[in-house]
Design a binder for this molecule. Structure first.
Ligand SMILES: Cc1ncc(COP(=O)(O)O)c(C=O)c1O
Length: 447
C-alpha cells in the first residue's frame, strides 16, 4: 500500500457547496440494513403497488455473452425480478447502488492500478456531465483553468484558457500562465482547478500524451490546483497498440507522491448507452461527499433501474469482459474515422486541414475559408451558409469560453453512413469555395 499522503480537500471546496445540508432522512438510510432495525424513515412508495412484474433485457447476439451467467441460464438474457426489481423501481442510496459502486471501485483498481485504500471512492451521477456541473470546488469562481476548447458543461464558469495543440493541453503554456500569475492577476488567488478532456477531446479530438500529463501533474502540485479529468472517451482509444497514455488518476501517486488531486469523470454513454444516463466520479471522499450533498438536495440519486441494468451487465462480463466490449466499440469508431477521413480527403484537400484523432468521435477541421487568411473565423460559414446547404456541424467558437475567433469546426463521425459523409463533404466544399469567392470579390472591391 502506498504511503503517499492524501491532500486536504477542504480548501478547494466552494462556499456554495458548504451551504448544502444533509436532509435528515438520507443520512440515516445507511442504518436501515442493520440487524434488528425497523425503519419508519422515508416516504418510500410501497413496491407492491408498482405495475411491473419483471424486466427482461436481451443482449445482442453479436456479443460473446456473459461468461459468468449462472448454470443453465441464457448468457444473452438479463432478468430483473422479485426483490431486485423492487430495489430497481424504488428510491435508492445517494452515492449509487452499493454493489455497482463496489464493482466500479474494483474496476478502477484494475484499470488505473490504484489501491482501494480510502483515499478515493466512486460516486454515481445521471451522466458524467451532471457530475462535472455539480463538482463542488471553486468552479464558478471565474479563475479556474481550462482548455480554450472546452466541453459545454463548463461554459458558465468562464475559464481561463490554456492553449492546446494537436497533442492536447500544452504544459508549457500552462506554466507560463501560472508563473506570471502574480503579475497578470495582482492580488488574485491562484486557480483551484484545471478542467481537461485528455482522450479524444470534445471538440478537438486531441489526446494528450503521458509525458505531458506528467508535466501537468507536477504543475498541479507546484501551484496547488486540482485536475478535473473528464475522460468520457477513454475507452474509445484506437491509436497504436500499447501507446495509450495512463490516466491522470493512475499517474498522480507515481508523479507527485500524493493522492486526491485528481478528480476523474467516467461515462457509460459512449460504450454502453447514453440514454441510461450513467456516469461516475472517482475522487477523494471529501469531493464525493460534497457532490452527494448536492445530489441529496436536488434529485436524490441517479436512477436505480439503469444502475441495476448496468450492474447486471458488468457483473456478467467481469472487468476484462467489459474492457473487451469497449475495445470492440473502439474498433467501430476507428473504421468510422477512416471512412470519414477518406471522403474528407476526396472533397476537402486544400480547403481544410486536420490532425487524425487516435480516440473519440470527432474531427476538428480547420476550414480555409479565405485563401489568404488561414486563421479566418468559420462561425458564419458553419452556422449560416452550411446550414442553408443542409449540413450541420459546430463552429469551434461554440466551445470557447471567450468565444473565439477560430477557423476550426467540430465534425462528428459517430453515426454518419459513408454516402451521407461523402455528400456532406461535397456540400462543405461548395460552401467553402463560395465563401472564398465572396472574400476575393470583397478584396477586389476595396482595392
Ligand atoms: C468530454 C465529455 N464529457 C462528458 C460528456 C457527457 O457524458 P454523459 O452522457 O455521461 O453526461 C460528453 C458528451 O458528449 C463529453 O464529450
Amino acid at each position: 500500500m502506498s504511503l503517499a499522503p492524501t491532500i486536504d480537500i477542504g480548501p478547494f471546496l466552494s462556499q456554495k457547496s458548504k451551504l448544502w445540508k444533509n436532509d435528515g432522512i438520507r443520512s440515516l438510510m445507511v442504518l436501515e440494513d442493520n440487524p434488528g432495525i425497523i425503519s419508519l424513515l422515508s416516504g418510500r412508495p410501497n413496491s407492491s403497488t408498482f405495475p411491473f412484474q419483471s424486466i427482461t433485457l436481451k443482449l445482442k447476439p453479436t456479443l460473446a455473452g456473459l461468461p459468468s451467467a449462472t448454470e443453465g441460464a441464457d448468457p444473452l438474457t438479463l432478468t430483473i425480478e422479485n426483490e431486485e426489481l423492487n430495489e430497481a423501481l424504488q428510491y435508492g442510496m445517494t452515492p449509487g447502488v452499493p454493489r455497482l459502486l463496489d464493482w466500479l471501485a474494483n474496476f478502477q483498481t484494475h484499470v488505473h492500478k490504484r489501491v482501494l485504500d480510502g483515499s478515493w471512492q466512486v460516486h454515481m451521477g445521471s451522466g458524467s456531465q451532471e457530475l462535472s456541473a455539480d463538482i463542488p470546488i471553486s468552479y464558478w469562481s471565474m479563475r479556474d483553468l481550462g482548455e480554450p476548447w472546452v466541453f459545454l458543461a463548463t461554459l458558465p464558469c468562464t475559464l481561463i484558457e490554456v492553449n492546446t495543440d494537436s497533442q492536447g493541453l500544452s504544459p508549457a503554456k500552462l506554466e507560463t500562465i501560472l508563473s506570471r500569475w502574480d503579475r497578470t492577476h495582482p492580488g488574485k488567488p491562484y486557480p483551484k482547478a484545471l478542467y481537461t478532456i485528455p482522450s479524444g477531446s470534445n471538440p478537438t479530438g486531441a489526446s494528450i500524451p503521458e509525458v505531458r500529463k506528467i508535466e501537468v501533474l507536477k504543475l498541479a502540485k507546484k501551484y496547488n490546483f486540482l485536475v478535473l479529468e473528464d475522460d468520457a472517451y477513454a475507452f474509445l482509444y484506437y491509436g497504436p497498440e500499447g501507446q495509450q497514455a495512463r490516466s491522470y488518476f493512475a499517474l498522480e501517486v507515481e508523479v507527485n507522491a500524493e493522492k486526491g488531486r485528481v478528480v476523474r469523470f467516467d461515462s457509460f454513454s459512449k460504450v454502453v448507452s447514453s440514454g441510461m444516463r450513467l456516469g461516475y466520479i472517482t475522487a477523494a471522499p471529501g469531493i464525493c461527499n460534497a457532490v452527494g450533498l448536492i445530489t441529496t438536495n436536488t434529485n436524490l440519486h441517479t436512477p436505480t433501474v439503469t444502475q441495476i441494468m448496468a450492474y447486471k451487465l458488468l457483473a456478467g462480463w467481469g472487468p476484462d469482459g467489459f474492457l473487451a466490449h469497449c475495445a470492440g466499440v473502439a474498433v467501430f469508431y476507428r473504421s468510422q474515422r477512416d471512412m470519414f477521413e477518406r471522403v474528407a480527403r476526396k472533397h476537402l484537400s486544400g480547403l481544410a486541414e486536420w490532425t487524425t484523432p487516435v480516440a473519440g468521435m470527432f474531427l476538428y477541421i480547420k476550414l480555409l475559408v479565405h485563401a489568404s487568411n488561414p486563421d479566418a473565423d468559420c462561425w458564419e460559414l458553419i452556422s449560416t451558409k452550411a446550414v442553408a446547404k443542409g449540413i450541420l456541424a459546430v463552429a469551434g467558437r461554440a466551445f470557447m469560453p471567450l468565444r473565439g475567433p477560430t477557423p476550426f469546426a467540430r465534425i462528428s463521425f459517430s453515426i454518419v453512413e459513408e454516402d451521407e459523409a461523402d455528400e456532406a463533404c461535397r456540400r462543405l466544399r461548395e460552401v467553402i469555395l463560395e465563401a472564398r469567392a465572396e472574400a476575393e470579390a470583397a478584396v477586389r472591391t476595396t482595392e
